[in-house]
Design a protein around this ligand. Structure first.
Ligand SMILES: *Cc1c(COP(=O)(O)O)cnc(C)c1O
Length: 387
């Protein structure tokens, strides 16, 4: 671990002198703050996003986390939200108005898709989904009213990458603002701002927190842009995190580097095993040399994280379900990024977010957690035997 990185993860923003010299930062679990005089309150009201007045706008524990996240993404500032979806929605809504057009990668996170396909059209904002594996598709989709590009590289079900630098360069030529969902890689393995993105969003629920016990989101970008989002969309939509969740996230960040490399190391072993297995038709994981975008992954990501989707050579949905039910080490659950390895069968996904009906029923998404990789492989092997 470089000194810079360990400093950010465990020290940056943690004012120990003001926190009773505690090694771990304090949780300031207070909704509001008090002042000795009217004049003192008046002074704070002038700076309500930088000093403690009301926890929706500023909280000392949340502020420490904001500083760490900004540093991790190489951004001037960052905001913390009560979910990743809230961070994405606020970032988009802050930058579009009625009559505008958004270009977004196809198959983004389900609720990002819903934001574009169902919520924003009610307010006169239109969109086009494009195959982002060719950056030029973003250019081809530009209309006179296009003001915003959304990237999610790779997306978290089929792992299609966008060439972030190329897409952001096209956006800059046209004065278009860019947002990249970086949840899959975490700031450790990919930094979209360094590649030209204006803003980066994360579902902090996933790797950043890393313990399956918090739902939260972050958004990073320039000071000016974050201030704009803060003073309008953040405060009016009001999806503020609890100080306790911000504290849990800082606990999670202390092991981010250890967890990311462990998950990526094991994913590599598991992916190679699965790729070689006769009953696995395809492994969607950009870390494999056989992946169609492996070269781009190597170019713009430091490493490939521990989430992948497999397509089974299964005759029917009953066989897929048998495989899934037989897995002992992979919990059947949504989400990812914690300790526990998980499985997410596409055949179980016809819920209200309802966007997965076009994917093959043979697909199962696997999250490779922090358990012993050989035990995970042995588990997959026995379940594949019984398809
Ligand atoms: C989970 C996820 C989100 C949404 O984040 P929440 O914290 O669940 O609101 C957005 N994008 C990606 C890629 C995700 O995996």
């Amino acid at each position: 671990m470089t000194d810079d990185l360990s400093h950010i993860l465990a020290h940056l923003g943690e004012d120990r002198e003001r926190g009773f010299d505690a090694v771990v930062p304090p949780i300031v679990q207070s909704g509001n703050f008090t002042y000795p005089t009217v004049a003192a309150m008046r002074a704070v009201v002038q700076q309500e996003f930088d000093r403690p007045l009301y926890t929706r706008g500023f909280n000392p524990t949340v502020a420490m986390l904001r500083e760490k996240v900004a540093a991790l993404e190489g951004a001037e500032d960052a905001l913390v939200f009560s979910s990743g979806s809230a961070a994405i929605a606020a970032a988009v809504i802050a930058h579009v108005k009625a009559g505008d057009h958004i270009v977004c990668v196809q198959k983004p996170y389900s609720w990002t898709k819903k934001l574009l396909a169902e919520l924003l059209p009610r307010f006169g904002v239109e969109h086009t989904f494009v195959d982002g594996t060719d950056a030029e598709n973003y250019r081809r989709a530009i209309k006179p009213n296009t003001t915003f590009f959304i990237l999610e590289s790779p997306n978290s079900l089929t792992f299609e990458l966008q060439d972030i630098a190329a897409v952001c360069a096209i956006a800059k030529e046209h004065g278009i603002v860019t947002l990249c969902d970086n949840s899959f890689s975490s700031p450790l393995f990919q930094n979209p701002i360094a590649l030209g993105a204006d803003m980066v969003a994360h579902s902090a629920t996933k790797y950043l927190n890393g313990h399956s016990d918090v739902v939260a989101g972050v958004l990073a970008g320039s000071k000016e842009r974050m201030r704009k989002v803060m003073s309008k969309e953040f405060m009016t939509l009001g999806a503020a995190p609890s100080p306790h969740d911000a504290w849990l996230l800082m606990r999670g960040l202390r092991t981010l580097e250890l967890r990311m490399h462990r998950s990526a190391d094991s994913a590599e072993k598991v992916a190679r095993f699965l790729e070689a297995h006769p009953l696995v038709k395809r492994v969607h994981w950009p870390g494999l040399p056989s992946h169609p975008q492996h070269a781009l992954a190597t170019k713009q990501m430091k490493r490939v994280a521990g989430l992948m989707t497999i397509e089974l050579d299964a005759p029917d949905v009953v066989a897929v379900e048998r495989f899934c039910d037989n897995l002992k080490r992979f919990l059947i659950a949504v989400s990812w990024g914690g300790y526990e390895s998980l499985q997410w069968p596409v055949c179980a996904l016809q819920g209200p977010s309802g966007y997965y009906t076009d994917l093959p029923f043979t697909m199962v998404r696997l999250y490779i957690g922090l358990e012993d990789a050989d035990a995970l492989i042995a588990d997959l092997e026995q379940a594949l035997k019984n398809i």
